[in-house]
Design a protein around this ligand. Structure first.
Ligand code: ADP
Length: 466
């Protein structure tokens, strides 16, 4: 049967407290009774000894007689304390007998104590017993005393009152403990379940497509707090993925629209006999087809980035050699614009995916070339510090406006299409750079000033991160 977490927690807490309180009450009640019984037995022995001593003192050695009145006082004191005594002289003649003095008081006392004890301890077998004690005065026997009492021990009215009060106090403590544990249990269950319920709401909302849902709830329970953070991270990531997906769709449509409409217009014009299909027109149509092909290639590459950036093929290689290779393969483009590349990088072995990092620096040097003016220079420098290598690619080109800097690493983002028209790029070069560098657990930084130049800084770990 399904049960809510809150109800389950409350009942578990309540059950645990009930068992704990039950055990504590039972054991404390048992120990208190046990200790109290020992105390009563000790008190009883003391009272008997006192009665015997007091009775002995009532013998007068000089007159060799008993002080009847004092013996009567001792007997009354004993009777009042629950003991029925009989005092005999040396010759076994009765000096004072409680039953003789007041039979009905003795019977009443016996009934009261028996009733009290059997009421309190129905399972205990007790009865009135009689014991004889020798009465001594200054070392010589002067008589005998018979003491009858409820054995093996009995409680006085006050003793019983005390033990019952103690039990009531224990019961009240147990009730207070149970009540407070119910409140604490309910409060605790609610504290724990509230964020979980919020998390359930959030996951339901996310599942129904509301990726921007975030749980705005703080708790000091580590695991629940981590769960909330994970859900928030999940929704943020899904939201970002959703935004990128929509962005890509609209960007792809936008990218394809221009070459397709140029093709369409031209073909329609040729079909309608408005223009001739001469070699110039054919070339322009061919260029548009090339542009479409290049866009499709970029899309294919884009699709591979995320998958391939996860699986890096680490190897040791010389960073300087890699940069020289990039520059050499861009020589034609660099020569076209008469751009000098000044390479100030030492030969250093680093560990990384050589092909991916080749692509990173190729894209950066290509951009530096594309967005630089004729007859300019590109500087590549490197520095090793604290297990990291920092490589800077700096140009004196057209720069990037400040407001565009946060977006340049996004897919298909181009600062403005007019200035990029000649570059032939489709706005994914820097997306690839960022993706591959971050896959190496490195980072990319950019600084740029319009019409002054741009510096891209790549920071990479020298060794494969463990
Ligand atoms: P693209 O394929 O258009 O070059 P990128 O992702 O490589 O796409 O770059 C995104 C945009 O950032 C470019 O369109 C360009 O406007 C700008 N950009 C990149 N590198 C530079 C640079 N070195 N100088 C100036 N602008 C740059």
């Amino acid at each position: 049967m399904k049960q809510s977490l809150s109800r389950k927690l409350t009942s578990v807490i309540l059950l645990t407290v009930l068992i704990a309180v039950g055990l504590v009450s039972f054991s404390s009640s048992y120990f208190i009774h046990d200790q109290f019984k020992d105390y009563i037995i000790e008190k009883q022995t003391q009272t008997i000894n006192q009665i015997v001593a007091q009775a002995s003192l009532q013998y007068n050695t000089s007159t060799e007689s008993w002080d009847q009145e004092k013996v009567h006082e001792v007997g009354m004191y004993a009777l009042y304390s629950g003991y029925i005594i009989k005092v005999y002289d040396k010759e076994n003649n009765s000096i004072w007998d409680a039953e003789v003095w007041d039979m009905s008081a003795c019977v009443q006392l016996k009934n009261d104590i028996t009733h009290r004890m059997l009421n309190q301890f129905p399972t205990q077998e007790g009865k009135f017993i009689s014991r004889d004690y020798i009465l001594e005065y200054k070392g010589s026997d002067v008589g005998k005393i018979t003491i009858s009492y409820f054995g093996p021990y009995f409680y006085q009215v006050d003793d019983l009152k005390f033990i019952n009060q103690l039990q009531v106090i224990l019961l009240i403590i147990a009730m207070i403990s149970i009540l407070s544990s119910v409140f604490v249990g309910i409060y605790f269950a609610k504290t724990l379940t509230r964020p979980i319920l919020k998390t359930i709401d959030a996951t339901k909302s996310i599942a129904s497509g509301h990726y921007d849902y975030s749980i705005d709830y703080r708790t000091n329970i580590t695991e629940v707090s981590e769960l909330i953070d994970s859900i928030n991270y999940l929704s943020k990531t899904l939201n970002e993925q959703d935004r990128i997906k929509k962005q890509i769709t609209s960007d792809v449509a936008h990218e394809l629209r221009t070459p397709l409409s140029t093709l369409l217009l031209n073909i329609e014009a040729v079909r309608d006999g408005l223009v001739d299909l001469d070699s110039n027109r054919l070339k322009s149509l061919y260029d548009e087809v090339l542009r479409l092909t290049s866009i499709v290639k970029d899309l294919e590459q884009l699709n591979k980035i995320e998958v391939s950036s996860q699986k890096l093929d680490y190897q040791m290689f010389d960073i300087k050699e890699l940069l020289i290779e990039c520059i050499n393969s861009l020589n034609v483009k660099l020569d076209e614009k008469n751009i000098d590349v000044i390479l100030k990088v030492d030969s250093n072995q680093i560990e990384g995916d050589r092909n991916r990092l080749y692509q990173v620096f190729y894209n950066l040097i290509l951009n530096a070339c594309l967005y630089s003016n004729q007859n300019s220079q590109v500087f590549i420098t490197s520095e090793i510090k604290d297990h990291y290598i920092t490589i800077e690619v700096k140009d004196n080109g057209i720069g990037i406006p400040e407001e565009s800097l946060p977006y340049i690493f996004e897919r298909f983002y181009r600062v403005d299409s007019s200035r990029n028209r000649d570059s032939g790029g489709s706005g994914i070069g820097l997306t690839i750079v960022k993706q591959f560098v971050e896959a190496h657990e490195g980072r990319v930084e950019v600084e740029s000033q319009l019409n002054v130049g741009t510096t891209f800084t790549i920071i990479l770990p020298i060794k494969k991160p463990s």
